[in-house]
Design a protein around this ligand. Structure first.
Ligand code: SF4
Length: 364
């Protein structure tokens, strides 16, 4: 049988060879799904116990929905001055923390809109309250929020992140990456800033020894080459973080398709198919060879596809999604309880284990 370019690439991946961008693009556009599953699983198993799949019990808490960034794909925010906008009270935060802990949960994925009415001290007080008073791990604030906080505090990004960390911030989620290509960012979120703005927050966090996650929201008019370019800048940044060896860097990567419901994009961009999702996540697993963990996006793709993704390089099912406002505002939201999560993982052929927000064991 003749050897194809894909066969050669897969053989190299199985031997631990790093992919170039052209090779990743080739796989994304041309490889057969079984080849991708084989290669992605090999890379997954290099970083993880092949028998196990992790998940976290935490809660998405959006402390405010007031936002002045007006991303065209967002169905969640209210404009400043709109009386429907909210900021959660401490009593509401406390109730959410108690509910989370009662279910065996450990943390909050804490994100807001970019609310111009909140002062710098509000954020320090918020993380202090959640972490020190309520005992919640705060996986908090996307780069656009941290950029705003740096302006509010009049400090560098590094000092802003260090202050947040000292107040109780545990780790930083990679929300708002969308596609890290300025042509796309200008089109979908012109006020959010170019990719350098997102990357400089992550670099400052890694330099400060803080762990973060990397994300990609795809299927919003980007080309396949632009998808690979997004992965390239993440891999380069992770190489730098690992070389520093100070504990900072990406713990995991998650990708999900754009949800267009209730946004100006509704009906204008097709939702990526299950097969396209699996191709994308598998190539991400293979290309991001310096990332330990890849999350399955069962929340947007549904349980079945989420389970299948575990055979395309994913080793983690993410959160139970005790609360999810942003994706559900766009019309898509799945959630499960702990038993269902365990069943879902076992039915896919793996042993479930609960992790914390930085992929450590719970209660140790
Ligand atoms: S995605 Fe985030 S930054 Fe953009 S409008 Fe929505 S809440 Fe604001």
């Amino acid at each position: 049988m003749p050897t194809t370019a894909t066969d050669t690439l897969v053989a190299g991946i199985l031997q631990g060879r790093r992919l170039s961008e052209d090779e990743a693009l080739h796989l994304l556009e041309r490889a057969d799904l079984p080849d991708l599953a084989l290669a992605a699983t090999a890379v997954r198993d290099r970083h993880n116990d092949p028998a196990r799949v992790s998940y976290v019990i935490d809660r998405n808490v959006n402390y405010t929905d007031v936002c002045n960034v007006y991303c065209t794909f967002c169905a969640f925010y209210h404009k400043p001055g709109d009386t429907r906008g909210y900021v959660l009270t401490k009593a509401q935060l406390k109730q959410k923390a108690e509910e989370t802990k009662a279910l065996g949960g450990t943390g909050f994925l804490l994100q807001g809109g970019v609310n111009p009415d909140l002062p710098w001290d509000y954020y320090l007080d918020l993380v202090r309250y959640l972490n020190h008073d309520l005992g919640i791990w705060v996986h908090g604030f996307s780069p656009v929020e941290i950029q705003m906080m740096a302006k509010l505090s009049g400090q560098s990004l590094g000092k802003t992140i260090a202050d947040l960390r000292d107040a109780g911030l545990g780790s930083i989620p990679g929300g708002g990456a969308e596609i890290l290509v300025d042509r796309i960012r200008k089109k979908i979120a012109p006020l959010k800033g170019g990719r350098e703005k997102w990357l400089e927050v992550m670099e400052a966090a890694h330099e400060a020894g803080v762990k973060t996650t990397g994300t990609m929201m795809f299927g919003i008019t980007e080309t396949m080459a632009e998808r690979v370019d997004h992965l390239r800048v993440l891999r380069e940044q992770q190489d730098r973080a690992l070389a520093r060896g100070n504990g900072g860097g990406y713990t995991a990567f998650a990708a999900w398709p754009f949800q267009s419901g209730h946004t100006v994009w509704e009906g204008k961009v097709p939702k990526p198919t299950d097969a396209e999702y699996l191709r994308t996540i598998a190539v991400a697993r293979i290309y991001l060879d310096n990332f330990a963990h890849i999350q399955s996006s069962w929340v947007t793709m549904g349980r079945k596809t989420g389970q299948v993704a575990l055979h395309y390089g994913c080793d983690d099912m993410g959160s139970l999604m005790l609360e999810e406002n942003v994706v559900s505002a766009a019309g898509t939201c799945y959630s499960v309880n702990n038993d269902e999560m365990n069943r879902m993982i076992r039915a896919a052929g793996y042993e479930p284990w609960q992790r914390d927000n930085v992929y450590g064991p719970v209660g140790v």
